[in-house]
Design a protein around this ligand. Structure first.
Ligand code: GDP
Ligand code: MN
Length: 346
């Protein structure tokens, strides 16, 4: 159809039926949203844009998750935003609480110390449960049992371009396991021991690393230290099979035992990204350059005039221009075939 001709992705060889609402060949996929009752209005704003820009046509279901029951008001008002199927689930208690090996007194002291260092969310316990849940548990929720791909959304995010093809189908067809819009550097104070813990894990599980070039994306000194590069996980379109794999589960388990979700403030974004960089091939990770997206304070906006015709973002503000978000360019610059380990990595 003529409306499609301007889309940059067409040049990338996407089949024409990628643009059609796929009645006959659905991908088992859903929007997955962890959200609080208090964020109802922001949630509706995000849904309005998702529906107008994409889902009004494609009709993927929403799965809402919460650590406490959703209010009737939240359920009624979000359900009213879409004609797609909407379900609401509670996070099981064991996915949102302290494991028995965590010293909660010590965790409290660590929070105080991080507060003195000026770390965002330093004192918050719920933020840590949230990051741990998104790192190791969301994909195990029973409401996702029949789902192969998820698209994470948050309240108050903006979708600033029409998305007239199906990103889930793109991923399924091209074997993409992880999609992102913005890749940034992490604040080192939130993850002081994450990299050393990762290296210790890899030492006893060398098969975990199937993409050696991932090291040169994660580290500027041959694997010695982590440079903080991660995909900003408030936007994610991913394969659940990746997270449900024994390799990822073993990695999460090891991290969880080490306690950094509570003694530090490990985010799900660096955890997902380290796993993706080391477990997946370059082509299995996709930058959705054409998806206009905003989450305070960063945005992604297509650069080419043709793909921007139906956007309301300013390409000059696209994070990819910024040194703090150079991780996207660095991923794109990785070699396609990587067979040698960087110096310093055994
Ligand atoms: P930030 O993006 O790192 O500043 O963190 P957010 O406050 O946006 O939290 C990330 C996501 O988790 C958002 O979708 C929030 O709605 C959700 N979230 C954060 N904390 C909680 C919580 O305590 N309970 C629930 N149900 N959702 C939460
Ligand atoms: Mn957020």
């Amino acid at each position: 159809t003529p409306a499609l001709a301007h889309r940059a992705v067409t040049a990338d060889g996407i089949d024409a039926d990628m643009y059609l609402p796929h009645v006959a060949k659905p991908v088992r996929a859903a929007f997955v949203v962890l959200v609080r009752n208090s964020e109802l209005v922001g949630m509706k704003k995000a849904m309005r844009q998702i529906e107008d820009r994409f889902n009004g046509k494609f009709n993927y279901p929403y799965v809402f998750l919460n650590d406490v029951p959703f209010t009737e008001e939240f359920k009624a008002e979000t359900t009213a935003m879409t004609k797609a199927n909407v379900t609401f689930g509670e996070v099981p208690q064991e996915h949102w609480s302290y494991p028995e090996w965590i010293n909660q007194t010590y965790a409290g002291e660590c929070r105080q110390q991080m507060q003195e260092q000026g770390v965002f969310y330093a004192l918050s316990e719920s933020y840590r449960h949230m990051c741990r849940f998104n790192s190791g548990f969301f994909f195990r929720h029973p409401l996702l049992d029949d789902i192969d791909y998820y698209w994470r959304i948050e309240p108050d995010v903006e979708y600033s371009c029409d998305i007239d093809y199906d990103p889930f189908l793109l991923m399924q067809r091209k074997g993409i396991k992880y999609g992102y819009t913005i890749a940034l550097h992490e604040y080192p104070e939130t993850i002081p021991t994450l990299w050393d813990t990762t290296k210790a894990f890899v030492k006893s599980n060398p098969g975990f690393v199937r993409h050696l070039a991932g090291y040169s994306w994660l580290s500027n000194d041959g694997g010695e230290t982590y440079n903080g590069c991660h995909f900003w996980s408030n936007f994610e379109i991913g394969s659940l099979a990746f997270f449900r794999s024994p390799e990822y589960l073993a990695y999460f388990d090891y991290l969880d035992r080490a306690g950094g979700f509570f003694y530090e403030r490990w985010g799900d974004a660096p955890v997902h990204a380290i796993a993706a960089a080391l477990m997946l091939q370059k082509e299995e990770v996709h930058w959705f350059e054409d998806i206009g997206y905003y989450h305070n304070p960063w945005s992604n906006c297509p650069l080419s005039p043709e793909s921007r015709l139906r956007c309301h973002c300013d390409p000059a503000n696209s994070a990819v221009h910024h040194y703090w978000a150079s991780c996207t360019q660095e991923w794109l610059a990785l070699p396609d075939n990587n067979t040698t380990l960087p110096a310093g990595v055994e």
